[in-house]
Design a protein around this ligand. Structure first.
Ligand code: NAD
Ligand code: DAU
Length: 355
């Protein structure tokens, strides 16, 4: 069995759903259920004997120690984090607590566990740390894309906290011989993403007749990857990645934010035209820029392609169409997330959780 942390969030949930579509190996999902955790996303797994959920905090070392001893996972895929840059600007404390202290606490539990399992379990064991391209800082126009040997130059409290956790993971490999793997991925999009992030926020605001806030001049560049391609890459790294190595993951899909928002508006004009016949582009509003806003991210994914044969299956055009259609088809999921009704739903469905 594998232990997934943060499996009720956007990427973790997509990862678990994909994992159980592709393999029969059971998954234990440990998630604190912050505002970003949503068990409704995993409702299709209810009653599936291959899946179990525990509500808990990665900072709760006693709980993690107990879970490791009881379930003896052969791998841990660590997604749990505070993930939203704007929230980290508003209040960095939770980012330091979960992303740095939480990862440290988890590593301490894993170190103890790794020290006591049998030799054959030890050689199969992996700790895969899911991180971000934001640790590399910002690129200027014309700079080569981020490779694994780039300097780490984080610029937001979020990226600094992720960089710190990457360093800890690396140190636990070099110092204690923990069999770790780290992935640094570009911007994800797709089903089940919380509508605070650019793409779902724009879809949801457009449909609600609200403004589409573009920070600054809208010319910041991000490198977009459809979430199931990220999940497939993580599976490849887990299977074949070299211990202690870092793998950059990206879709070769650099686009300015304004182009993303135009693409969303054009798809909505086609799939759900406005009643007044005007384009959703009319709702675009330029607003004050994000403080410390990184100008450009771009991932050089040559290493994972060459060593592990991974390539993204979706282009931006196929992925964004699927995503916009998904949000059109799942208005209730969005409404529940926004109203907090999914918290009531999970109380009704699952009652008290924990071990
Ligand atoms: P998310 O915010 O949607 O989900 C995070 C999940 O972690 C939530 O379910 C939340 O309840 C859980 N969590 C938070 N604090 C916890 C704690 N202390 N203990 C246990 N669970 C806790 O995030 P996401 O977008 O799915 O990102 C997942 C991981 O991937 C993060 O580590 C993030 O840094 C990384 N990442 C994200 C992207 C992206 O574009 N979203 C890109 C690259 C890397
Ligand atoms: O690069 C990977 C990172 O991508 C992940 O590590 C983070 O967890 C994830 O949140 C994401 O970070 P970003 O800051 O790039 O994502 P966000 O969706 O917040 O913003 C994408 C771009 O769009 C960014 O340049 C800011 C801009 N933006 C965002 C919002 C929410 C706007 O112009 N308007 C908005 O309302």
């Amino acid at each position: 069995m594998i232990l997934v942390t943060g499996g009720a969030g956007f990427i973790g949930a997509n990862f678990i759903l994909e994992w159980l579509r592709n393999a029969d190996e059971p998954v234990l999902n440990l998630d604190k259920l912050t505002y970003a955790g949503n068990l409704e996303t995993l409702a299709s797994l209810e009653g599936d004997p291959r899946y179990a959920f525990v509500q808990g905090d990665i900072c709760d070392k006693a709980l993690i120690d107990r879970l490791l001893l009881k379930h003896r996972p052969r791998a841990i895929v660590h997604f749990a984090a505070e993930s939203h840059v704007d929230r980290s600007i508003h209040g960095p404390g939770d980012f330091i607590q979960t992303n740095i202290i939480g990862t440290f606490s988890l590593l301490e539990s894993v170190r103890a566990y790794f020290g006591m399992i049998h030799e054959d379990e030890r050689s199969a064991f992996r700790f895969l740390h899911v991180s971000t391209d934001e640790v590399y800082g910002s690129l200027a126009k014309g700079d080569p894309a981020f490779s694994e040997t780039n300097r780490v130059e984080p610029n937001s409290p979020y990226s600094a906290s992720k960089a710190a956790s990457d360093h800890l993971v690396r140190a636990y490999h070099h110092t204690y011989g923990l069999p770790v793997l780290t992935t640094n991925c570009s911007n994800n999009y797709g089903p089940f993403q919380f509508p605070e992030k650019l793409i779902p926020l724009m879809v949801v605001n457009a449909l609600a007749g609200k403004s589409l806030p573009i920070y600054g001049d809208g010319q910041q560049i991000r490198d977009w990857l459809y979430v199931t391609d990220h999940c497939a890459a993580i599976r490849r790294v887990l299977e074949g990645g070299r211990l202690g190595e870092t793998y950059n993951i990206g879709g070769w899909n650099e686009k300015p934010n304004i182009d993303i928002v135009h693409a969303i508006c054009d798809l909505l004009d086609e799939l759900r035209p406005r009643a007044d016949g005007k384009s959703y582009r009319e709702q675009i509003t330029y607003v004050t820029d994000r403080p410390g806003h990184d100008r450009r991210y771009a991932i050089d994914a040559t290493k994972i392609e060459r060593e592990l044969g991974w390539r993204p299956a979706e282009t931006f055009e196929t992925g964004i169409r699927k995503t916009v259609q998904w949000y059109l088809d799942h208005a209730q999921w969005v409404a529940n997330v926004q109203s907090g009704a999914y918290r009531e739903w999970l109380e009704r469905q699952y009652g008290a959780r924990g071990e």
